[in-house]
Write a protein that binds this ligand. Structure first.
Ligand code: FES
Length: 615
């Protein structure tokens, strides 16, 4: 065959794949299946023979073993109610795979739930990403469906999936349904926090908080507001890794099972597309810019900024082309269009019933990079063209038109200044007292979570509504796992007076389901001997000006350097218990984490897992 004939054939096949017209016979002809990644015994034929001996113990026939193999990542756990429907989803994926002519094989990885992972699920996110990457690489799978949903699961799976670079599709478990209390809809976890704050302030009593406890998570599935899980699900659609309805269909709906079946069938098809739909080829800079547009338009979780930076830095061709400033620049152009808690008032089921991601992305067309490819084999623009608009009465619609947004721009902003030279993040759209978006006040400093717990409700604490609450040492190293403690509670004596918001500043994270005027992810973190956050003292004046994207402490450079030098000496002295010093000798995963985790602005990933390695 002449090279031009071969080129024509390759081109027509590529065109067919781009149009979604896959050729399964090509997949079977070029499959790797059971023959790939053989265990090393020094004799490849024996390795394959032995592999078949063992897999036949499970009852597979030669016909089954000759098919393209789709791995299904099973993240079910009795400690993970967000993943309670995973067994049904796996059944539905398997059905889709087998209807399309493939062989489905599920295998487990770590399962992380927010409330069942000490010290935090974030501490284990990178471990889960390593588990996911290595199991995808180690096992004979031609494509993988990543089933999961809780906050850290989808980021970990995508980080691992990009690094493994076999074809991947995401299938999230889907949001839970809202509950009801005294005739009012409620749902995890925004209403968990609101009601707990009311309980702390003495507005509701112990019986009422107990009744709420029964209703806040009434079904299986992920938190039903625009928390981190929902945010990441929407982002996966923006990246082209899930069908439009995949982000919003309720966990307990039949729609969710049909999406699972469709995902299984698509997984078989993408195998025949060769390298083109592997994540390192499929995902481009434009895919990630689309993801950031989605993040801003949905008023998504600030956690997604950390996760996206970690994901981006896993991608050899995109790492280094997007940083925190990219999020801010996109934010200035992107209106907030989705009216969901915590920025708004609705639940994920309302978003789904309003047309979900397809309707949102149509509104965002003027901003999106429509040529970005999706796992369907079509571009985002082509996929949107095929979606019929649904008609929802405006009063039931929680997606605003592009021209009449809920918030004009910049739901998430990036702040810089001497307090955060590496950047800090704030969800401005979730501020409860907008006066605080431009504010100077005296710092009330807590040295860490333990100090906060002891003193925040002390009647003698010198604090006013204008104070700035500063929480140090809850960054990636300072409090391993960077806990979601950035939502520093309003001191009880102020809450009882009706204060509901104050400017709060930390190097930690905040649940995507929470709201307030909260500055997060300050880099470098306080535990870093070079940080300025770590040397802030009670009474220092802190200025936050969102319009100017400014975060600074009003002390001069000489004083900053004097305090930093004193701290360097303190950290280095013999017997120092400072975590920066202690990490050199820590064992096990804790030691690996403490020595390898990078700053929040880099994604709090392990240095050696980035695309370029530690290098
Ligand atoms: Fe799993 Fe909220 S706890 S999504």
């Amino acid at each position: 065959m002449s090279s031009s004939t071969q080129d024509d054939k390759d081109k027509s096949q590529a065109d067919a794949e781009l149009n979604g017209d896959y050729d399964l016979s090509q997949a079977i002809d070029s499959r790797q299946g059971m023959r790939q990644g053989l265990t090393s015994y020094g004799d490849a034929h024996f390795s394959l023979f032995l592999r078949k001996v063992f897999i036949k113990a499970l009852g597979y026939s030669e016909d089954a073993l000759s098919r393209p193999i789709v791995g299904i990542v099973n993240t079910f756990s009795g400690f993970n109610p967000c993943h309670a429907n995973v067994p049904q989803l796996i059944d539905a994926v398997r059905r889709g795979v087998q209807l399309a002519g493939g062989l489905a094989v599920d295998f487990p990885t770590i399962s992380l739930h927010e409330s069942f992972a000490a010290p935090t699920s974030m501490y284990l996110r990178n471990l889960m990403s390593m588990d996911t990457e290595e199991m995808i690489k180690a096992q004979p799978v031609d494509a993988v469906v990543l089933v999961g949903g809780c906050d850290k699961t989808t980021p970990a799976q995508l980080m691992g999936g990009i690094s493994a670079n076999k074809p991947i599709l995401h299938l999230v478990t889907g949001p839970m349904m809202p509950g009801s209390h005294k005739g009012v809809r409620i749902g995890a976890c925004t209403d968990c926090r609101n009601n707990w704050a009311s309980f702390r302030a003495g507005v509701i009593d112990i019986e009422e908080i107990a009744a709420l406890n029964e209703e806040l998570a009434p079904t299986a599935g992920t938190c039903g507001v625009m928390g981190t899980a929902s945010t990441m699900a929407c982002i996966l659609v923006g990246l082209g890794l899930m069908p439009f309805k995949g982000a919003t269909a309720p966990a307990v709906s039949s729609a969710r099972l049909r999406i699972a079946e469709e995902t299984g069938a698509t997984a078989v098809k993408i195998i025949s597309a060769g390298d083109k739909l592997k994540p390192q080829a499929l995902l481009t800079r434009e895919s990630f810019l689309n993801a950031i547009i989605v993040l801003q338009a949905i008023g998504g979780s600030t956690n997604a900024v950390v996760h996206l930076m970690a994901i981006i830095n896993r991608h050899p061709a995109v790492a280094g082309t997007i940083n925190l400033d990219t999020f801010d620049e996109i934010g200035r152009l992107t209106p907030l269009l989705v009216d969901l808690k915590p920025s708004g008032s609705n639940y994920m089921t309302d978003f789904h019933n309003s047309g979900g991601m397809a309707e949102l992305l149509k509104e965002l067309r003027p901003l999106l990079h429509l040529d970005a490819l999706t796992v369907s084999g079509k571009t985002l623009g082509e996929a949107l063209d095929r979606e019929r608009s649904i008609s929802v009465p405006q009063e039931l619609r929680c997606i605003q038109p592009f021209d009449t947004p809920l918030y004009p721009a910049s739901s998430i902003v990036v702040l810089r200044g001497n307090l955060a030279p590496g950047g800090a993040v704030m969800k401005a759209s979730a501020s409860k007292d907008r006066r605080l978006l431009k504010h100077s006040g005296k710092a009330v400093v807590f040295a860490g979570s333990a100090d906060l717990a002891v003193r925040i409700d002390d009647d003698n604490l010198e604090v006013t509504p204008d104070s700035v609450l500063v929480l140090q040492n809850i960054g990636p190293v300072g409090n391993p796992g960077m806990p979601e403690a950035g939502l520093v509670p309003i001191p009880r004596k102020l809450a009882a007076r009706g204060v509901t918001d104050m400017l709060r500043v930390s190097d930690g994270r905040m649940s995507g389901t929470a709201g307030g005027t909260i500055v997060l992810h300050i880099s470098p973190e306080a535990a870093n001997p070079e940080s300025v956050l770590g040397i802030v003292r009670d009474g220092d004046v802190i200025t936050c000006d969102v319009e100017k994207r400014l975060l600074q402490v009003e002390i001069n450079d000489e004083e900053i350097e004097r305090r930093r030098e004193a701290r360097r000496v303190e950290v280095e002295k013999d017997g120092s218990q400072h975590p920066w010093k202690m990490r050199e000798k820590m064992r096990g995963y804790r030691g690996l984490y403490m020595r390898s985790v990078n700053e929040a602005d880099q994604g709090a990933d392990f240095d050696f897992l980035r695309a370029e390695g530690s290098g």
